[in-house]
Design a protein around this ligand. Structure first.
Ligand code: FAD
Length: 268
């Protein structure tokens, strides 16, 4: 079945890392008054390549729903068709349009909100920005119900850490939002966390279990429990390249976590 194509007009475009060639985009969907989606979903962007063949690529929405607008965070992939189409200013100046369909995807927050660990590398932080904006709106009531929310964000260098200042400001404003940026190839002057996201996730899980007096590994869930009746007091949401997603899942498996407690989106 053909999907309905929507025209998304580019309202703003900003290079948020020169070194990593990462761009932040603000689009509006012209034909709609509101563009409804759940934080964490993605849009499919469509454009013809130089041979006239339609190419489609998924991009996570990097914002919480707001009118007919949505934001994207895209980094240029060497020799990649779509990321370069979006990143190249002469091809896509402010005021021009792209075709999209969506929203799509199941990488969304479980209801009701529980303690949650958001884990991202690179542009995998896009849906986490959407989650955070939705949970802790700057100009509306908090939706976190006081649950503890951790964002573990890993990159190699400080220069490929996107929206860092926003997350630092959010953590200062909101006591139950904990921002843990970590660098795998930090310069000597970096005073924050070092190493890989999975190690920091493991520490969060261990410290929390100790604080709550919960056993680790967690006792197994009765396999007869119907999926709709599964309830957990903590979930982890992971987004990025497959290698990282697998490493975090493996670590949580080791704690006896149920597979439904681990929600993930792979970019490759
Ligand atoms: C659900 C979902 C959400 C996504 N959200 C985002 C997002 O928010 N921001 C974002 O920047 N990307 C995101 N991606 C990745 C995006 O869809 C494209 O794969 C990426 O932009 C590369 O497309 P391209 O046309 O430039 O490269 P292509 O022409 O498809 O590929 C060129 C070369 O780059 C390699 N390559 C492809 N993708 C990647 C990648 N992600 N990293 C490194 N090398 C790659 C390919 O193996 C190939 O060798 C998402 C992917 C999925 C599945």
């Amino acid at each position: 079945m053909a999907r309905e194509l929507l025209t998304a007009r580019l309202l703003r475009k900003e290079c948020i890392s020169e070194v990593a060639q990462c761009y932040h985009f603000l689009f509006s969907v012209e034909s709609l008054e509101t563009f409804p989606y759940l934080p964490g979903q993605f849009v499919s962007a469509v454009a013809p390549d130089e041979n006239g063949k339609q190419q489609t690529r998924a991009y996570s929405i990097a914002s919480a729903p707001s009118g007919n607008q949505f934001e994207l965070c895209v980094n240029r992939v060497e020799n990649g068709f779509f990321s370069n189409h979006l990143a190249d200013l002469p091809d896509l100046p402010v005021g021009s349009a792209i075709q999209i369909h969506g929203p799509h995807g199941h990488f969304v927050l479980q209801e009701p909100v529980t303690d949650s660990i958001f884990v991202a590398t690179g542009t995998g932080v896009a849906p986490m920005r959407g989650y955070s904006q939705w949970l802790f709106p700057a100009d509306g009531p908090d939706r976190s119900n006081g649950k503890e929310i951790w964002l573990v964000y890993g990159t190699r260098y400080e220069t490929d850490m996107y929206y860092h200042d926003e997350f630092v400001a959010l953590a200062q404003r909101v006591p139950n939002f904990h921002y843990l940026p970590t660098l795998s190839r930090a310069q000597p002057q970096w005073t924050g966390l070092r190493g890989y996201v999975q190690d920091h996730v493991a520490k969060i899980v261990e410290d929390r279990a100790a604080r709550l007096g919960q056993p680790l590994p967690v006792p197994p869930v009765d396999p007869a429990t119907p999926p709709a009746e599964l309830r957990f007091d903590i979930y982890t949401y992971i987004c990025g390249l497959n290698f990282m997603v697998s490493s975090v899942r493996e670590r949580l498996d080791g704690f006896g976590w149920h597979k439904k407690q681990i929600v993930f989106e792979r970019y490759d």
